[in-house]
Design a protein around this ligand. Structure first.
Ligand code: TSX
Ligand code: MN
Length: 658
C-alpha cells in the first residue's frame, strides 16, 4: 500500500468557519466539516471543534466516522496533548464542578465520583472471540472460571447495541492519540481512544503519551493501532440526575475486549481502568494477546533497579496481587547504607528478549494511578513527593486549606483541621468512618518521581535480572525462596495466592488465587498463557532468576515476623548475591531457601529466623494439593504438561522430604 495521502482519498469535505456557542454560553470559533463521505460509511455530519480531521490517516478517519455514526456526539475534538489543551479542559471541568482546585498544592485537582462508580467492575468485563477456548481454558464442569470471562461476539453485539447507539448525544467526542511506551520505541504500541468524558482526556495525558506525533507514525507506516471506544452512557437530554457532577451509567457498565480486532468498547463508567483504556484494557488484556502472537510478555509487574554499595546495578520485575504494596516496593527507600533504588514503573511491564538473549522491559505507562489510602511519608515518601504537583486525585478527602487527606495520613495532619470526606461530609481526624474511599487514587506523571530511573524511557528497555512473585501469606510461606529453574518458577507464578478481603458478604479474609497477579487482566486462555511463559526459555537466552517473596508472615500472636518496607532491601541484597552466583542457599522441597545468616539482619532487633523460614509439613501438603486442584479445575486439558510435572514433583518432594 502506498503511504497515505489525504488529498488522494475518495472523499469530499466542505470546511467552513463560523461562530458557535457552547453550553457555558461562551462563544468559540469552530471549524465545521459537513458531509464527510467515507467509502462504505455514507454521510457523516458533525462539527470538528478542534483539530484538522482531513489531516488524519484514513484508517483513523474511518474509525472516528464509524463511531460518530454510532454514538452521535455533537462534535469531534481532536486532542493534541498540549498544555493549552489541558488548561482548557481543566477550566471546563472546574466550571462544571467535576474538578475542585486544591489551593494548597501546585496544579492539583480533586474529583469526587458518583458513589456508584468507584472501581473496576470485573463482573462486567468480557473478552470476545469467535472461539470460546481462545479466551478461557477448559474449566472443570460445575466450576466457574476465574481467569477471565468470555462472551460470544453475537451476544456482546446485543449488549452493545442496547447501549452505544446515540450514547454521546449532546456531548463532544474527544479523540485521543496515544502511545503505550515511549513514542517510537520498537517495544511501544499505539492506541486511539474515543471518549465523551474530558476527565478521561486529562487522566490519559498523564498515564499515556498523548501526542499528534501518533498521526504521523500511523500515516507513515503500515503500523496499526488499538481501537479504544469509551462512553459514560449519559447522553443529553439526561435520563436521570447527575450525581457529584460525575455523569455515568453504573447500572449498564460493560467493558468488552476484542483481542482479534485489537479493540476495546467500554460503556457506563468514568472510573480508572474502566475508562482510561490504555491501562488495564490495552496494556494488559489486549497487549497480552498481542504479546502471545508476537513472542513477548505483557505482565502486571513493577520494574525497579537496585544498586549495591559497590555500584553494581540490577533490574527486577515483580508481580504482586493487589494490596501487597506494589507501588511501595517500586519506590522503596532502602534502609541499608549505600544502597540505591530507582523506579521504572509500578504496575505494568512489557518484556521481550533482545537479539543478544537479554530480557528487556519497558513500562508502557507514563504515570502512576496509585491507591492513596495507606500511602504516607513512612510507608512511601517517594510517592508522597511524586503527587504533590500536577496530580488529579479521585475520591480522596480534602482539608479546609485545600490539601488532601486519606486514611494513613492521620499522623501527618493537623487533628483539628476541618476535612470534607470523599462523600462531601464534614469530618475531623479521629472521627468514626472513613474520610477517603478505600479505592481512592492519585494520578500523577512518572517523570515527577524523585527516584525515576534515568533510563525509564529508554526505547530499548532495561535488562531484567530477576522476576519476583509475591503474595500476602500470613502463614507457612517463608520470607523468600528461589525457584529451582524457569519451569519451577512458572509453576510458582501459576500458583500465586494472596490474602484479600473477599466479597462483601464475607467479613473475614481468605487466601485467594491470583495466578501471575493476572487474574483480572488475562487477555486469552490461561493454559496457553502458561505455555507461552514456558516457551520463553530458548537456547541462547539468559533466563532471569525467579524468586517468591512474602513480607506478611505472622507469628502465633498475630505480629508480623518481618519489618518490611525499606528493610526489604536486605532480602533484595540476598537475591542480588544469588544473581551473582554466591552459594548462600539451602535446598528445600519448595525451592532454594537462604542459608541461615545469609540475609543481613544487623540493627533490626530480634528476628526469628527459624520461624520465618520454617516449612510446616501439614501446611505444605495441603498447599500443593490445593494448588493442583485449583489448576486442574481452572485449566483442565489446557494445563501444560510441564506445569503438571512441576506440581507433581513438588508434591513428591514435600511428602518425601519435609
Ligand atoms: O507495602 C508494603 N510493603 C512493601 C514495601 C516496600 N506493606 C504495606 C502493604 C499494604 C499495601 C507492608 N506491610 C509491608 C511491606 O513490606 N510489610 C507490611 C506488614 C507490616 C506492617 C507494619 C509493620 C511491619 C510489617 N510495622 C509497624 O507498623 C511498626
Ligand atoms: Mn495493578
Amino acid at each position: 500500500m502506498p503511504p497515505y495521502n489525504p488529498l488522494m482519498e475518495n472523499k469530499t469535505a466542505r470546511v467552513s468557519k463560523r461562530r458557535r456557542c457552547d453550553s457555558m454560553g461562551t462563544e468559540s470559533l469552530v471549524e465545521e466539516i459537513d458531509d464527510v463521505t467515507l467509502p462504505g460509511l455514507g454521510i457523516v455530519h458533525v462539527p470538528v471543534v478542534k483539530g484538522d480531521f482531513n489531516a488524519l490517516p484514513l484508517k483513523v478517519q474511518e474509525f472516528i466516522a464509524e463511531h460518530v455514526k454510532l454514538c452521535r456526539p455533537k462534535g469531534i475534538y481532536l486532542c493534541d496533548g498540549s498544555e493549552e489543551e489541558a488548561e482548557e479542559l481543566t477550566e471546563k471541568l472546574l466550571n462544571r464542578g467535576t474538578l475542585v482546585k486544591l489551593d494548597k498544592m501546585d496544579n492539583c485537582y480533586l474529583c469526587r465520583t458518583d458513589p456508584a462508580d468507584v472501581a473496576r467492575v470485573e463482573s462486567q468485563t468480557f473478552i470476545c472471540t469467535d472461539e470460546k477456548y481462545k479466551t478461557v481454558p477448559h474449566v472443570a464442569e460445575g466450576f466457574k472460571g476465574i481467569m477471565g470471562q468470555w462472551k460470544s461476539p453475537e451476544d456482546m453485539a446485543d449488549v452493545l447495541d442496547s447501549r452505544f447507539p446515540g450514547s454521546m448525544k449532546g456531548r463532544v467526542m474527544y479523540v485521543i492519540p496515544f502511545s503505550m511506551g515511549p513514542i517510537g520505541s520498537p517495544l511501544s504500541k499505539i492506541g486511539v481512544e474515543l471518549t465523551d468524558f474530558n476527565y478521561v482526556v486529562l487522566s490519559m495525558r498523564i498515564m499515556a503519551r498523548v501526542s499528534t506525533k501518533i498521526w504521523d507514525m500511523l500515516g507513515n507506516t503500515d503500523s496499526d493501532f488499538v481501537k479504544c471506544v469509551h462512553s459514560i452512557g449519559a447522553p443529553r437530554p439526561l435520563q436521570k440526575k447527575v450525581i457529584n457532577h460525575w455523569p455515568c451509567n453504573p447500572g449498564k457498565i460493560i467493558v468488552a475486549h476484542y483481542p482479534d480486532e485489537r479493540k476495546v468498547m467500554s460503556y457506563g463508567s468514568g472510573y480508572g481502568g474502566n475508562s482510561l483504556l490504555g491501562k488495564k484494557c490495552f496494556a494488559l488484556r489486549i497487549a497480552s494477546r498481542i504479546a502471545k502472537d508476537e513472542g513477548w510478555l505483557a505482565e502486571h509487574m513493577l520494574i525497579m533497579s537496585v544498586t549495591n554499595p559497590a555500584g553494581q546495578e540490577k533490574f527486577i520485575a515483580a508481580a504482586f496481587p493487589s494490596a501487597c504494596g506494589k507501588t511501595n516496593m517500586a519506590m522503596l527507600t532502602p534502609s541499608l547504607p549505600g544502597w540505591k533504588v530507582k523506579c521504572i514503573g509500578d504496575d505494568i511491564a512489557w518484556l521481550r528478549f533482545d537479539k543478544d538473549g537479554r530480557l528487556r522491559a519497558i513500562n508502557p505507562e507514563a504515570g502512576f494511578f496509585g491507591v492513596a489510602p495507606g500511602t504516607n511519608n513512612k510507608t512511601n515518601p517517594v510517592a508522597m513527593a511524586t503527587c504533590e504537583k500536577n496530580t488529579i486525585f479521585t475520591n480522596v478527602a480534602m482539608t479546609e486549606d485545600g490539601g488532601v487527606f486519606w486514611e494513613g495520613l492521620e499522623k501527618e495532619t493537623d487533628r483539628n483541621i476541618p476535612i470534607t470526606t470523599w462523600r462531601g461530609d464534614k469530618w475531623k481526624v479521629g472521627q468514626e468512618g472513613k474520610a477517603a474511599h478505600p479505592n481512592s487514587r492519585f494520578c500523577c506523571p512518572a517523570s515527577q518521581c524523585p527516584i525515576i530511573h534515568p533510563a525509564w524511557e529508554d526505547p530499548e528497555g532495561v535488562p531484567i535480572d530477576a522476576i519476583l512473585f509475591g503474595g500476602r501469606r500470613p502463614a507457612g510461606v517463608p520470607l523468600v525462596f528461589e525457584a529451582f529453574n524457569w519451569e519451577h518458577g512458572v509453576m510458582l507464578g501459576a500458583s500465586l495466592k494472596s490474602e484479600s478481603t473477599a466479597a462483601a458478604e464475607h467479613t473475614g479474609k481468605t487466601i485467594m488465587h491470583d495466578p501471575m497477579a493476572m487474574r483480572p487482566f488475562m487477555g486469552y486462555n490461561f493454559g496457553d498463557y502458561l505455555q507461552h511463559w514456558l516457551d520463553m526459555k530458548q537456547p541462547g537466552r539468559q533466563m532471569p532468576k525467579i524468586f517468591h517473596v512474602n513480607w506478611f508472615r505472622l507469628n502465633e500472636h498475630g505480629d508480623f515476623l518481618w519489618p518490611g518496607f525499606g528493610q526489604n532491601i536486605r532480602v533484595i541484597d540476598w537475591m542480588c548475591r544469588r544473581m551473582d552466583g554466591e552459594n548462600i542457599v539451602e535446598p528445600s522441597p519448595i525451592g532454594l531457601l537462604p542459608e541461615e545468616g545469609s540475609i543481613p539482619l544487623q540493627g533490626l532487633g530480634p528476628i526469628d529466623w527459624e520461624e520465618m523460614f520454617s516449612l510446616p509439613k501439614d501446611y505444605w501438603m495441603e498447599d500443593i494439593k490445593e494448588s493442583k486442584q485449583f489448576l486442574h479445575d481452572q485449566c483442565g486439558c489446557d494445563l501444560p504438561d510441564v506445569i503438571e510435572q512441576q506440581l507433581n514433583a513438588q508434591q513428591e518432594r514435600i511428602s518425601e522430604n519435609l
